[in-house]
Every structure is written in C-alpha cells, then in structure tokens.
Design a protein. Structure first.
Length: 395
C-alpha cells in the first residue's frame, strides 16, 4: 500500500501544487515524520523554519481518498495564498517537501547545505530515468541530460558503477539538479516498478524515461542457444515493455492534473531494428519488435500527452559493447566469422567503418541531439529516428 500511495499521490500532488513552473518533490518517510500528527508536532522537530508553510492531509490509507483530500485542500490553499505549501504531511506515511529545485529539498529535509547555481538548461527540473546508465552509452546520455538541467536517475544492475556515476554528477556539478542511483533488473517487473517508486519518492514524478538497457550475444542459428535467445529477449524486448508500463502509469496521473503537460518514453533501439543483421537475428528481432511496441504504445498513450519514440543509433565503436577486448562485438563477430576474410579485430572494425557514409561510428552526442528533438517537439510520436551517419536511410 505504501508504494501505491507514493506512485499515485506524489505525481498528482506535484501537478496540483505547481504554478507556472512544475515543482520537484521529495518524500521523507523516516519514523519521526510518519508519526507526526499535526502541524505543531512537525514544527517541534525543528527541521523547518518558523515561516514554513505546512499542509496536513488527514486521509491515510486509500490513494484515491488521499488525492481527493489534497485536491480540496490545495484548492482552498490557492484561494487564500499565491504560493504552494513548503511541506505536505501525509499522516502515517511521511513528510513531502516541495520546491522549485532538487537542491532546495536537501536543505528543507535537514541535509547538508551546499552552494549551487540554478540550472537553466533546456531540460531544467525535468525528471529523467535512464536504464543501463552505469557505463557506456547510457552513462553518456544520463550525463548530458544532467548537464541540460534534468534530475537524473541512474538505473542499472551494476550497483558499484551506477552509484559511482551518480556520485560523480552530484559532486562535479554545483547545480540545483540532482542525480541518484537505483539498482534495477529491467527484465523483472517488481524491480522496474520499484525503480519508478524510488524515482517518485526522491523527485516527485517522472517526465522522461530512456529505455537504454540492452544486451547482445552474436551468433547464427547453429551457434545461438535458447538460453541466450531468452536472455536477450527478456532484456531488450520485455524490458522495454516493463519500462513503458510502469512509467506511463505515473505520466497519466500527471497528465490528469496538468493540462497539456507532455512527457516522453524513448527507447534506444538500433539500426538493427531497421534492417536485418546477419548472424545477429536474436538482437535484430528484439529491436524490430521494439519498434512495433513503440508504434503501438504511441497510439495508446498520445491521448495522455505521452510521446513514445525510438532512436536507432548506428554502431558505437568506441563503447564497450563493440570495443571490449574480451566480450565486445568486434571480438564476437571475428569469432563468429560474420565478416568474410577478417583475421583481426582491426579488420572487423575497418569493415564496419566503410559502411558508414559519414566515415565514423555513432557517438553519444549524435544520439543525444535526437533525444532533445524528440523531447522538445510536441507533434511527433511513434517514430523510429535513425542516427546512423547515412548507413540506414528512410524509405
């Protein structure tokens, strides 16, 4: 029930309490807050200043009833005052802080205070989740989202590298946005749902999810095992479905309480989702299926102002997926004999570079520009945007 309350109440509160600019929220469910019964008991905790504006919600169990109570009380609040509450007490659940920037929430909930510059990037105060963001392509996308002002969730199975990536962003950038790490297995429904709940508890909602997590095991019909086929399908195809399922539930709530508020689900697909791939059918098949999901989700979700699109990058030669000396695609393709006559990794790389009219592999910046386009436009959905240096062209 606690997760249901977080997932349904906080996104609604975020939109109902916001004025011209959408707020950032954070739930602190420590026992001292969960056990508080009224405004006076909160003020005795000496966490907030004397002038802090507090709203108390009496409903405690059913998310729908809590939202209804909030709707009435916030309406009355706005009739009497011009601004939003600083805190909302959800009895038996915890204390929600509301602010323009995530950095303000640290101070409001008794965390260490640091000097910071207010983020004015193109995605300032947006809340974004990137799966598979601990390293490689996903890490690059998450970092660029952060530099454009977004609050970013680094979601990955690799706990050590994922936490390191989030810590790096928070430490190096003295800005008003924040990054956090959530461990996730995108092939597991409960894990993905928890990822969304953790995101909402820390930031209050969700504006963008980049379904980037993916795996690849090359091989033709003779080499591909059923186990490897299932592994790729569960991560690359089912994982995208689960990300869309649980993120869209939150985005629908936000749409209900704020008119014309657009959000985005973006799948990082591949050029292999646009054209078959020799001795790589398991990966290509999942990516083809991903575009089918994108088109179908787009038709279902656009009434809620949720845009769903795929980005189809070309080969990211510099990343570990291709260049890892033990498990990278250059090594895999060499062993699988995918490139006729290739004797070395260099031969395989040269073969693929010659297929790109732009003369090089795809880079994170290339894909990020496509992501920015998708977010900033409000008219297009259900598209598979190629970023392949001309290697794959629309027809």
């Amino acid at each position: 029930m606690h997760n249901a309350i977080v997932n349904q109440v906080l996104p609604a509160l975020r939109m109902m309490a916001s004025g011209e600019n959408v707020l950032t929220l954070r739930l602190d469910d420590r026992e001292i807050f969960a056990n508080a019964t009224d405004e006076q008991s909160l003020r005795e905790l000496l966490i907030m200043g004397e002038d802090a504006k507090i709203l108390v919600v009496d409903e405690t169990t059913d998310p729908t009833d809590i939202v209804s109570d909030l709707e009435v009380k916030l309406s009355m609040w706005k009739e009497e005052r011009e601004d939003h509450p600083d805190y909302v007490l959800l009895k038996d659940i915890g204390l929600v802080a509301l602010a323009q920037h995530a950095a303000q929430l640290d101070e409001m909930l008794g965390k260490d205070e640091h000097d910071y510059l207010v983020s004015f990037g193109r995605l300032a105060n947006k809340i974004a989740v990137v799966t598979g963001a601990a390293m490689g392509f996903g890490s690059g996308i998450a970092g660029m989202l952060f530099m454009e002002g977004a609050n970013v969730v680094i979601a990955d199975w690799n706990e050590v590298e994922g936490q390191k990536a989030a810590d790096f962003l928070n430490k190096e950038a003295a800005t008003s946005n924040r990054a956090m790490f959530v461990k996730v297995d995108v092939s597991d429904a409960a894990s993905v749902e928890n990822m969304i709940t953790e995101t909402i508890g820390f930031f209050g909602g969700l504006d963008l999810i980049v379904s980037n997590a993916g795996v690849l095991r090359a091989g033709g019909l003779d080499e591909m095992t059923p186990e490897n086929f299932d592994f790729m399908t569960n991560v690359n195809y089912k994982g995208y479905f689960l990300c869309a399922k649980y993120s869209s539930a939150v985005m629908k709530i936000q749409s209900k309480y704020r008119e014309n508020y657009f959000t985005d689900i973006i799948q990082i697909n591949s050029k292999s989702g646009l054209k078959g791939s020799n001795k790589n059918f398991a990966y290509a098949g999942g990516k083809f299926g991903g575009i089918g999901l994108t088109q179908s989700f787009a038709m279902e979700l656009m009434p809620f102002k949720i845009k769903v699109n795929s980005v189809c990058p070309g080969n990211f030669f510099e990343g570990p997926l291709w260049s890892d000396p033990d498990k990278g695609l250059f090594v895999q393709y060499l062993r699988a004999g995918k490139v006729p006559g290739a004797r070395t990794i260099g031969d395989v790389k040269a073969f693929y570079e010659k297929q790109v009219p732009a003369g090089r592999g795809c880079r994170v910046q290339d894909v990020f520009r496509a992501i920015l386009y998708i977010i900033e436009q409000e008219y297009e959905t259900g598209q598979a945007v190629p970023v392949t240096g001309g290697q794959n062209m629309l027809n």
